[in-house]
Design a protein around this ligand. Structure first.
Ligand code: ARG
Length: 475
């Protein structure tokens, strides 16, 4: 490539500017891009059918391991091709540049990664929804500020995590539409005077359309920033789930036992069963954020159009996306195999006077006092004890509101009902609430969504696979 223009490049400089390590990700994609470009060049009469045959035959058998030196995979493939088929191989680069080539390659690999991630995210949602469906009647403590707040159900809790994961799915699916567009044919940035057909190469490579403006096409990496942002948000959601698994598996909580497979022991303390995988999900979340911030910082303030800085963004994409995919798979396995200690959860569900809200609500419904008054009465009780009697209630109400609930139909039975965690949950049957009937409805709805998502992925993948397998047949 450098020829007589620049002369040889030295070892350390070559190493400095090389993208060969990260280019392992795109080598196969680059060979597909070469092939699609050649098919189009032949169809437009820019290479002859004979030249096409020779060049494509030369591409066969080239892979990462057969390549020699070169500052990037594109250069190395071309050099290898020319060494195999001679000067005719030099026709392959007609009407294109490494700038549109690399952007195309990254999009091809990223779309595969996103399709894989979508499947994994949907599988995680499925694991959460399935565990939720088993636990519609499992009463557990609900927290705010990590203090006992109100009783809820395990189904409600797990469905809350699932809904966050569904939104991650939607974000990735939405980004996919912008990832799966072809920059090919933009050449260096100014397109080309050769009579190429960009729509044809886009179609051959299974893209859903073009990144039309040729200057935009080679210079933008916003599609990659978007995938990393989606990944970072997904990891933020996963880290919340991970944190709870860690906390819930302590002996202080004792709400869950993780399957042995997802835990480690200590090299010194033989009794230990540590939640290492969940901790690493929490830790890797930081690394994914790092990948996003690195890529953003690299792309920031770059003038039009291609700048070599862009090469530095790409490894962050591969790192961020593979960390995310690994974490999603691990969480799906952890959730599916976790043993929830339902007895302990149920026993804890009334702890910390978590039924106080319902006690105040019941006072309002039965005695017709305003909610704020009831809140004050119950607050006064809570300051003294977690298990108030009707007498305590009457005393506090008398003092605060000049009335006695027992004289307005609020007796032992009403108090017992208000203090029963199961009753608390059963009453909260409004849309999205924890009542068993409502979480069962949500679980059924979410299961349908999981199936729809599965169909969607098959359709998206089918479009790509059909295009690529016919492209691979073209000789
Ligand atoms: N390795 C480069 C990258 O990843 C490929 C494009 C190089 N283009 C150039 N004009 N030097 O961005």
């Amino acid at each position: 490539l450098r020829g007589e223009r620049l002369g040889e490049i030295s070892g350390e400089v070559l190493e400095f500017i090389s993208s060969r390590e990260a280019d392992r990700w795109i080598c196969e994609a680059d060979l597909l891009v070469d092939r699609a470009h050649l098919v189009m060049l032949k169809e437009r009469g820019l290479v002859s059918p004979q030249e096409f045959k020779e060049i494509v035959a030369g591409l066969e058998g080239i892979d990462e391991d057969s390549l020699g030196e070169g500052e990037d995979v594109h250069e190395a493939i071309e050099a290898e091709l020319i060494s195999k088929v001679g000067a005719v191989g030099g026709r392959m680069h007609t009407g294109r540049s490494r700038n549109d080539e690399v952007a195309t390659c990254i999009r091809i690999v990223l779309r595969e990664e996103v399709l894989g991630l979508l499947t994994e995210v949907n599988d995680l949602a499925k694991a959460l929804v399935e565990r939720a469906a088993e636990n519609a009647d499992t009463i557990i403590p609900g927290f705010t500020h990590l203090q006992h707040a109100q009783p809820t159900t395990l189904a409600h809790h797990l469905l809350a995590h699932a809904d966050a994961i569904f939104r991650d799915f939607e974000r990735l699916r939405d980004s996919y539409q912008r990832i799966n567009r072809s920059p090919l044919g933009a050449a260096a940035f100014a397109s080309t005077g050769f009579d190429i057909d960009r729509k044809r190469t886009a179609e051959l490579l299974g893209f859903d359309g073009l990144v039309e403006n040729s200057m935009d096409a080679v210079s933008t990496r916003d599609f990659l920033l978007e995938a990393l942002s989606d990944s970072a948000i997904l990891m933020a959601n996963l880290s919340r789930l991970a944190e709870e698994l860690i906390l819930w598996s302590t002996s202080e909580f004792g709400y869950v036992e993780l399957d042995d497979l997802f835990t480690s022991t200590s090299s010194i303390m033989p009794q230990k069963k540590n939640p290492d995988t969940a901790e690493l999900v929490r830790g890797k979340t930081g690394s994914v954020f790092g990948s996003l911030v690195a890529a953003l910082a690299i792309c920031k303030a770059l003038p039009m159009s291609y700048n070599r800085d862009l090469q530095e963004a790409t490894p962050n994409l591969w790192r961020g996306i593979s960390l995310t995919r690994g974490a999603v798979r691990i969480m799906a396995g952890s959730v599916s195999s976790a043993k929830f200690k339902t007895d302990r959860l149920e026993a804890a569900s009334g702890a910390g006077f978590s039924t106080a809200t319902e006690l105040a609500d019941s006072l309002v419904r039965i005695t017709k006092i305003p909610f704020r008054t009831a809140h004050q009465i119950v607050g006064a009780l809570a300051a003294k004890s977690e298990t108030p009697t009707v007498r305590d209630l009457d005393e506090a109400a008398e003092r605060i509101a000049g009335m006695r609930p027992s004289e307005r139909g609020f007796g032992e039975d009403e108090l017992a009902a208000a203090l029963d965690p199961e009753e608390n949950v059963a009453m909260r049957s409004r849309t999205g609430g924890p009542a068993p009937a409502e979480t069962r409805r949500m679980a059924v709805d979410r299961k349908k969504r999981i199936e729809e998502n599965e169909r969607l992925i098959v359709e998206m993948r089918g479009r790509v696979d059909r295009a690529l397998s016919s492209l691979r047949e073209m000789r």
